[in-house]
Design a protein around this ligand. Sequence first.
Ligand code: HEC
Ligand code: HEC
Length: 261
Amino acid sequence: MDLPKNVSKAKAVFVSISVLMIVVFLALTIETGYSISKRHPEITPQVVAGKYVFHRKNCMDCHTLLGDGAYYAVDLTKIISFRGEGFVRTLLKNPPAVTAQLWSGKYKRLMPDLNLTSKEIDDLIAFFKWTDKVNTNGWPPGSEYYTGEVKSATTSEPKETSGEEAEEIIKKLNCGLCHSLKTKNLNLKGRIGPDLTNESLRNRTEEWLEKQLIEPHSIPDNEVAKGFKGKQKLMPSYKNRLSKDELKVLVSYLKNLKEVK
Ligand code: HEC
Ligand code: HEC
C-alpha cells in the first residue's frame, strides 16, 4: 500500500532525525569516556584502600563526602586543603583529644576513637588527597564552614588599627586551634603549636614569618621554636587563604607581638 505523500515525508524526517540523534549520543558517550580520566586525578590502589577504610569505619555515619552522608560532623572532601595533611593525621591518631579543641560553635561535638592502624591512616590520607583534587565548584565554602563561626549579616565597623584587622584574620582562620595567644582582645588556648603571645621576642624577620605562613613545611628543623622540631607538617599552608594584603597585615602584627601587662 502506498502511503500518502506527506506521511512518507514525515517518516523520512523522523528516521533522519533519529539517526542524527543516535550519532550525536554515541559521539558524546565516546567523548565523555575519553575525557573523564582527565577530569579526576588518578585512582591508585591506595586511594581505593582508603575508600574501603572510609566505608568499613562508617565515617559517613557522621560526616559527608561530596555532600553525601550524615550531617553530624563536617564534610571531608576538602579536608586536606583546609587543615593540612599533618593535622588530619594527628586527629585520626587520637580523635577525641583533637576534636575536643576544634569546634568553636555553641555545641561541642567529639569524634570517637576508631582505633585506626597506621596503615589505615595512610590509606585514608591518600583517599582524602584524591577527593581534595576533585573539582567541586567551591564546596565546602570556607573556614566559617569548618569552624562554626558564622559571619554576622550586618556590615562590621571599619577596623581602627591594623592590629584589630590582624586579630580578625586570626579569628577567621582559627589559628587558635593550635596556638595560644593572649592580647587585649584575644585569648587563644591551642596547644598543638608554639605560644605566640611574645612572638616578637623570637626576633623572626618578616621574610621568615611570611615563609612560616605560606610554606610552613619548608622551615628547617634548626629554626623552629623550641620543642617543635619535626612538627612543621602540622601547620597548614595559608597560601591560598590569605590575600597579599592580609599576609602583610598578619606578618607585621606577628613581628611586633608582645605581651601587654
Ligand atoms: C560518631 C561520629 C563520627 C564518626 C563515625 C567519625 N567522625 Fe570524624 N568527626 C566527628 C566529630 C563530632 C568531629 C568534630 C566536629 C566536626 O568537625 O564537625 C569530627 C572531626 C573529624 C575531622 C576533622 C574535621 C575538621 O574540622 O578539621 C576529620 C578529618 C575526621 N573527623 C575524619 C573522620 C574519618 C576519616 C572517619 C572514619 C574513619 C570519621 N571521622 C568518623 C564525628 C565522627
Ligand atoms: C593545625 C595546627 C596549626 C594551625 C591551625 C596554625 N599553626 Fe602555626 N604552627 C603550628 C606548629 C606545630 C608550629 C611549630 C612548627 C613550625 O614552626 O612550623 C607552628 C608555628 C607557627 C609560627 C612560628 C613561631 C616561631 O616563631 O617559631 C607562627 C608565627 C605561626 N605558627 C602562626 C600561625 C598563624 C598566624 C596561624 C593562623 C593563620 C597558624 N599559625 C595556624 C601549628 C599550627
